[in-house]
Design a protein around this ligand. Structure first.
Ligand SMILES: [Zn+2]
Length: 257
């Protein structure tokens, strides 16, 4: 059997024990713990509770008398005329600075307003139209690339049929882009679109359901692998231009607002 600790006995004495019945039972059966508890009770009983002294009417006066020598004396500051003038000068300086900042700010805004209409117009002339062209051209190159890949893997008449239809579909758009590229002075794009057009014309003019052997021959003749590579390079270039145009447009917008 475990004996009771002093802490448990103290708690029991003040009636704060969690298990008073068990402790009472132990004290009845164990003379050792009962002796310790009896001694503890005597000691604790000797301690009288501390009670605060009653306050009389003079309490406030007593407190003041006991602390008055430690409190620093309050002296009203007498400002000289010079100090007051210096303060006024500082105030005037701060106000002047604030005024200058405000004037500079409004002047800057006015200047910006004068400058920006021209910039916005330039942006309106160039930026918004260009990305649309690039997006559409990127889409066209994407479709052409897929067509060339399909052509490469067309190993039956069934697989070849949609390639022909797609080539017919792409042909008219390709003519427009080639003409536009030639007009805007982009020789690399013009040359690639020209070669692409010749391949598209060939495929579009094949008889219905061309044989895979014929398609393989066509690929060899037209070097479509080389063209596929060229189209891929162009597409990534066009997409790069497109991104640049978009960020350019956003930047212009950011400045003008
Ligand atoms: Zn005990």
């Amino acid at each position: 059997m475990n004996h009771l600790t002093e802490e448990q006995l103290i708690e029991h004495y003040y009636g704060e024990s969690q298990q008073p019945t068990r402790i009472d039972g132990h004290l009845r059966e164990c003379s050792q713990c009962a002796d310790i508890y009896a001694a503890l009770r005597n000691d604790l009983a000797a301690i009288e509770p501390i009670t605060p002294p009653a306050r009389d009417a003079q309490y406030g006066e007593h407190v003041w008398q006991s602390i008055r020598n430690f409190v620093p004396v309050y002296e009203q500051k007498h400002q000289s005329l010079w100090t007051r003038l210096t303060n006024l000068k500082a105030l005037a300086f701060v106000t002047g600075c604030a005024l200058l900042v405000a004037v500079a700010f409004f002047a800057g805004r006015q200047w910006e307003n004068h400058q920006h209409p021209a910039q916005i117009q330039t942006a309106a002339n160039n930026a918004p139209r260009q990305p649309i062209v690039l997006v559409v051209l990127g889409d066209h190159l994407d479709r052409s690339e897929r067509l060339l890949v399909e052509l490469k893997h067309a190993d039956s008449a069934e697989a070849a049929a949609p390639v022909k239809a797609e080539a017919q579909d792409l042909l008219s758009a390709n003519r427009l882009y080639r003409a536009s590229a030639a007009k805007s002075g982009d020789p690399a794009l013009t040359a690639a679109l020209d070669r692409l057009e010749r391949v598209l014309v060939e495929i579009a003019n094949e008889p219905d359901n061309p044989s895979p052997a014929r398609l393989a021959e066509l690929q060899k003749e037209m070097n479509t692998d080389g063209l596929l590579f060229e189209v891929r390079v162009l597409r990534s270039r066009v997409q790069g231009d497109e991104k640049e145009q978009q960020t350019g447009a956003v930047r212009t917008k950011g400045v003008s607002i």
